[in-house]
Design a binder for this molecule. Structure first.
Ligand code: IVH
Length: 673
């Protein structure tokens, strides 16, 4: 009985701790503990739950890793129907909407309505239900009346709390929100899929929907879905008075809410908000297709009521679609870093919401055949969550008979070797190791910002290096001299010097960047970080056994196999050795307990000049410190660069020691890194 009580207490404690670290990691982007420490907490909980299955509760964070696949989803009816919104694209209709609302509420002349405006997320609507603060179930919108039970899949969304952090939560709280995929996560997911020869998703919305509606929630758990909550369903035991009040309150309970919502007055306020969001749209990390305008007061919302399928108190003010019609001038097969050959449409340049587009990805040959896209075709293209637009459809009625189909290539367009189609994959690949296109792409990848960040070494310069025969593999990069660069077209002394310095600087990047830069199949930036933290050096990683690799969180058999295949190739080992001989010395990501900054919290603000923000954070962590995102009483040092903002003010307010980048480096001088 006693052990049981102790276990129950510890389980409860772990729930709270893990939930707090999830929030810090996923919501605040400022983790307080390392991945390894998090894993240890998680494993402890898993073991306890296995030992005492009766003690596991529905809000257990262990439910986040997914549950066994099921045959189909069960249907659930929504207690309150999930209505849709009336749409408009014009200012006139927004003015009419405002007039209608005022007329219905019989407002006096000159009186204005307070509206709450929010970005219209382009994802998938869900309902999540909390009872006494505990997440118990969730469903998709479905037809508005009945949706699918996706409880197990929703549990895997880290941004969604499994327990509300409310002292006195409502007895029942139904919250509606939008599940979406951030653009960077969408791009990463698609890149991985293409590399794996799987069909990429057409846009982030399809990717989010496809991921949430997985019968196997382990798959959902691997997709980095996000959530913004935007409205109440049935609520028992709490009185929300307005949309603003609702959102502010649920945000304090840790439910994720879009920070860009805003209360405005009258139609002028709506129009100004719409224009602001249209401007912000391109720089947001997620897709929006308009703004949603809601009468703020819940009392007025009730008075206005609903029509059959949509409320009278809200309207969607949509952005024009980012689509255009143009002609496919050519289709060119392009060879990627891993040898996948993709067809790329070269288009007659056309403007799509402010951007001139002249290329569209056709993803793969199956897609090309399915959509029957031919050279000379008139097509509808769309920019959707990707820098590279996609072809939505062809207009066959515009064909003149001169259009040409492009057959699946039998030879690599870059090196002429026979291509391979791996059964079960949609991709066609060139497997030739020395294929110049693959070499070119792998060098560009190696030098890219997220990898070794060699400034100035982009497509054009890599091409010159290859053309002049100065490099044959990435390993040749570190043998380059200033004179080599001087042989480039239009190269001056200063620029050549800069390139050489950039190369030199890259010799001391964080280990995870180097691992990512190597271009190991199935090892993206995220996995590279996990590997760097787990193995601490490239030699350890190269030596790791399959069991050791599999013991790293999120590393599965496919990734483990890819890593082992990479390091068992003598050419790769030789390349790594040559780079090391040339002075490459990645900084290990290993956190040092008992380092100079052990247990101390650092916050960075403003722009640094000598180090990148990431490198500075890494140095702090190597010395045992923590780099966190926001200033609080727990912060020990704020490192302020140029144009430091509100964090600096907050630090001064709290009397926290503020240091410069130089001072930080001086403090670290006697630390070995
Ligand atoms: S409120 C009755 N707010 O748009 C009002 N919806 O066309 C219900 N959506 O099914 C919706 N962002 O999937 C609301 N901030 C937001 C939204 C939003 C996206 C979606 C939602 C809904 C559809 C309605």
């Amino acid at each position: 009985m006693n052990t049981n009580k102790a276990a129950a207490d510890r389980i409860k404690e772990l729930y709270t701790e893990i939930a707090r670290h999830n929030q810090l990691y996923y919501r605040d982007d400022s983790p307080e503990i390392s991945d390894a420490e998090y894993d240890a907490l998680f494993r402890e909980l898993q073991l306890l739950e296995e030992q005492y299955p009766d003690l596991a509760r529905p809000d257990s964070p262990t439910g986040r890793v997914g549950a066994p696949p099921r045959e189909s989803f069960s249907q659930v009816s929504h207690r309150i129907p999930m209505l849709s919104l009336e749409n408009t694209l014009t200012e006139e209709e927004i003015t009419e909407f405002d007039e209608r609302v005022k007329r219905f509420l019989a407002l006096a002349d000159g009186e204005e309505i307070r509206y709450f405006c929010e970005p219209k997320m382009d994802g998938l609507a869900v309902e999540i239900i909390y009872e006494d603060g505990v997440f118990i179930a969730g469903s998709t919108r479905g037809d508005g009346f009945t949706g699918e039970d996706v409880t197990r899949n929703l549990r895997t969304i880290k941004a969604m709390p499994l327990r509300l952090s409310a002292a006195a939560p409502p007895r029942r709280l139904e919250v509606r929100g939008e599940v979406y995929l951030a653009l960077k996560d969408f791009q990463r997911l698609n890149a991985e899929r293409e590399e794996e020869g799987e069909q990429p998703f057409a846009n982030p919305r399809n990717a989010a929907a496809g991921s949430l509606r997985q019968l196997d929630s382990h798959i959902t758990a691997k997709r980095p879905l996000s959530l913004f909550c935007y409205g109440p369903g049935e609520v028992n035991g709490y009185d929300f008075t307005s949309q603003q009040h609702f959102l502010d309150t649920i945000a304090t309970w840790n439910l994720p809410v879009n920070p860009r919502g805003k209360s405005v007055s009258g139609v002028q306020g709506i129009l100004a908000y719409y224009r602001d969001m249209a401007d912000a749209r391109e720089s947001l990390d997620y897709e929006i297709d308009g703004v949603v305008v809601k009468v703020d007061s819940f009392a007025l919302q009730r008075e206005l009521g609903e029509k059959s399928r949509s409320p009278r108190w809200a309207i969607a003010f949509k952005f024009p679609p980012r689509q255009a019609v143009t002609v496919v001038e050519d289709i060119i097969p392009q060879v990627g870093r891993t040898g996948v050959i993709t067809p790329v449409a070269h288009l007659a340049p056309v403007e799509v919401s402010g951007v001139i587009v002249s290329r569209a990805t056709l993803h793969n040959w199956e897609e090309l055949e399915k959509k029957d896209i031919r050279i000379g075709d008139t097509v509808l293209i769309e920019r959707a969550g990707d820098v590279i637009p996609a072809v939505v459809r062809v207009f066959p009625e515009k064909r003149t008979g001169t259009e040409r189909q492009l057959p699946v290539p039998e030879q690599c367009p870059a090196c002429g070797s026979a291509v391979t189609k791996i059964p079960g994959e949609v991709a066609v690949r060139c497997l030739e190791l020395s294929c110049p296109a693959k070499v070119r792409e792998s060098i560009i990848h190696f030098a890219s910002r997220n990898a070794m960040d060699i400034e100035g070494l982009g497509d054009k310069n890599v091409e010159q290096l290859l053309r002049l025969g100065l490099v044959k593999t990435v390993a040749d990069l570190y043998t380059l001299t200033k004179d080599d660069f001087m042989r480039f077209d239009r190269m001056g002394d200063k620029l050549a010097g800069k390139l050489l310095t950039a190369l030199d600087n890259s010799k001391k990047r964080e280990l995870y960047r180097f691992i990512f830069a190597l271009g190991i199949r199935n090892v993206g930036q995220h996995t590279a970080k996990l590997l760097a933290a787990a193995f601490g050096s490239i030699d350890n990683l190269a030596k790791a056994s399959e069991t050791e690799l599999l013991s790293v969180r999120e590393v599965g058999p496919l990734v483990a196999q890819s890593i082992m295949a990479f390091f068992s190739n003598p050419r790769n080992m030789e390349a790594i050795q040559r780079m090391k001989d040339a002075g490459l010395q990645p900084i290990t990501a290993e956190k040092r307990l008992g380092g100079k900054f052990a247990g101390q919290n650092f916050v960075f603000t403003g722009s640094l000049t000598r180090l990148t923000r990431n490198a500075a954070k890494q140095l702090v962590e190597n010395a045992g410190g923590h780099a966190t995102g926001s200033v609080s009483r727990k912060t020990d040092f704020v490192v302020a660069g140029a144009d430091a903002g509100s964090k600096l003010d907050k630090a001064r307010e709290l009397g926290i020691q503020v240091i410069s980048e130089t001072e930080l480096l001086e403090m670290l001088e006697d630390e070995e890194i």
